[in-house]
Design a protein around this ligand. Structure first.
Ligand SMILES: Nc1ncnc2c1ncn2[C@@H]1O[C@H](COP(=O)(O)OP(=O)(O)OP(=O)(O)O)[C@@H](O)[C@H]1O
Length: 472
């Protein structure tokens, strides 16, 4: 079992006593601003300095990064300072946490791959194994990283066999298992919570041993690993939108939930079946069936990958393309992360006055672009809404009758009477070959619940229905 490091004492004297900081240089830039080089005065050793505003969230980042630090594939945190700084001319001095990090001279992993003369499956497996081992270490400590993406995989130096290390614990979270006891109103619920609920039900029925704790966040890390591996092997991501936008589109979410991706012949015909099988097991749509990090590390491909050439370096050398890949991956992670304070819905009777309710609802909108779209959408009648919700409720609750399929077919048919024009609904139904009366393919009820739940969220945001509920 891995042992975590305890948090170093946060130093409150000026960092400039111990380090020379190159404020005008940057090693890279993230959401929290540039990461700068610095040199320890005592021995002239080079480090990277990450400055984050001092607030509870950054304190969590520091704590969890330090905790996971004692592993060769995790960037080490040497020291942490709490100093007041004026980092921008137009801002007053503000409290910051300054993290002195091990210097990763080799830059980001995908930049390195773009320069590889001969990039093979074996090399990809060698890189990937190190990333997986870092994730194993975090998961052993019950930490979900939640931001596994190419930009956070850094190389120690520029040598041929440089180590890869995981960085940026800005979204990391102690996986305290809260999601094993999901609380929600069954009709309006994030897809992730539905999954946790299903898992809970399966444990209760004895279908899954209780010794295998399930947390959605850890399974998200495994999904991210699947996306990273897919990109490493082919040069492009498994899920992308035909119309690039800054917001993840409903269509892309749908593709992710349905696991709707391909292995196009041109780039994938050379790739071994074992590698594809690893990708498939990581991108499994049901998080509770997704490969765990231990299953991944014991997979034969990781230790016995063939020496076949991959086309990814050529694709990565297009810098703009690589930036698009990184952006798409970040957006997908954002859409998958469960908010740290889960949203719950209160009934109208419990809410405060209507003006406050409306204002709260406006503020709670997480996806403005979707919201704007929805305002233009036709209003759903309460009966139509109820019939959609009945389908969700039916799909997430344990079956009560033997005649499962007919009940579902009847519910859908009834719903169609109330929602005849709703294209989103028709498109969901076509996933399982709805012929107007029944489904002709076996319905994955969990996925159906996901998709209808999303549709309900989309249709009710910005419409009259938002007045029926209050988000707190
Ligand atoms: N230890 C390091 N050594 C060298 N470069 C680093 C180091 N840490 C970070 N960087 C560079 O700085 C960039 C941003 O760092 P980091 O991801 O930690 O910041 P962030 O503000 O949390 O970013 P994000 O937008 O990904 O959340 C990295 O992608 C990398 O290029």
């Amino acid at each position: 079992m891995a042992e975590g490091r305890s948090c170093p004492r946060i130093k409150t004297h000026s960092i400039l006593k111990d380090f020379d900081v190159f404020w005008n240089q940057k090693l890279g830039t993230g959401i929290s601003g540039p990461v700068r080089p610095c040199v320890k005065k005592l021995n002239k050793e080079r480090f990277a300095l990450k400055c984050v505003p001092d607030n509870p969230r950054s304190r969590t980042e520091v704590n969890l990064h330090v905790m996971c630090s004692g592993h060769p594939n995790v960037v080490q945190v040497l020291d942490v300072y709490a100093n007041d700084l004026q980092l921008h001319e137009d801002e007053p001095r503000k409290p910051y946490l300054l993290m002195v990090l091990e210097m990763m001279e080799g830059g980001e992993l995908f930049d390195r791959i773009s320069k590889e003369q001969k990039f093979t499956e074996r090399k990809a497996a060698m890189y990937f194994k190190q990333v997986a081992d870092a994730v194993r270490h975090c998961h052993d400590l019950n930490v979900a990283h939640r931001d596994l993406k190419p930009e956070n995989l850094l190389l120690k130096d520029n040598t041929e066999d440089a180590q890869i290390k995981l960085s940026d614990f800005g979204f990391a979270k102690i996986d305290d298992g809260n999601l094993q006891t999901p609380y929600f109103t069954p009709y309006y619920v994030a897809p992730q919570i539905l999954e946790a609920h299903r898992h809970q039900t399966r444990i209760k029925k004895g279908l899954i041993p209780t010794s295998k704790p399930y947390t959605y966040d850890k399974s998200c890390d495994m999904w991210s690993l699947g996306v990273i591996l897919y990109i490493m092997l082919s040069g492009y991501p498994p899920f992308y939108s035909e119309t690039p936008s800054r917001q993840i589109t409903t269509e892309m979410k749908r593709k992710i939930l349905l696991g709707d991706y391909q292995f196009p012949e041109t780039e994938w015909q050379q790739v071994s079946e074992e590698a594809k099988s690893v990708v498939k097991s990581l991108l499994h749509t049901d998080p509770s069936c997704r490969m765990t990090v231990y299953e991944l590390l014991s997979h034969t491909w990781l230790n016995n990958a063939p020496d076949t050439h991959l086309s990814s370096p050529a694709v990565f050398s297009d810098k703009e393309g690589l930036a698009d890949i990184n952006l798409a991956h970040s957006q997908q992670l954002t859409s998958m992360r469960i908010p740290d304070c889960p949203l719950t819905l209160k009934s109208l009777a419990e809410s405060e006055n209507p003006i406050i309710r409306k204002r709260k609802l406006r503020k709670s909108s997480v996806d403005d672009s979707v919201c704007q779209d929805c305002i233009k959408k036709p209003t759903l009648s309460p009966t139509a809404l109820k019939s959609l919700r009945d389908i969700i409720g039916y799909c997430i609750l344990p079956p009560k009758v033997d005649d499962d399929e007919n009940v579902l077919n009847d519910l859908v048919a009834k719903c169609l009477k109330h929602n005849p024009e709703e294209n989103g609904f028709h498109s969901i139904l076509s996933t399982w070959d709805w012929d107007g009366k029944r489904f002709n393919s076996k319905v994955d009820k969990s996925q159906l619940a996901h998709l209808v739940s999303e549709l309900v969220q989309t249709l009710t945001r910005g419409s009259n229905h938002t007045e029926e509920t209050d988000v707190s």
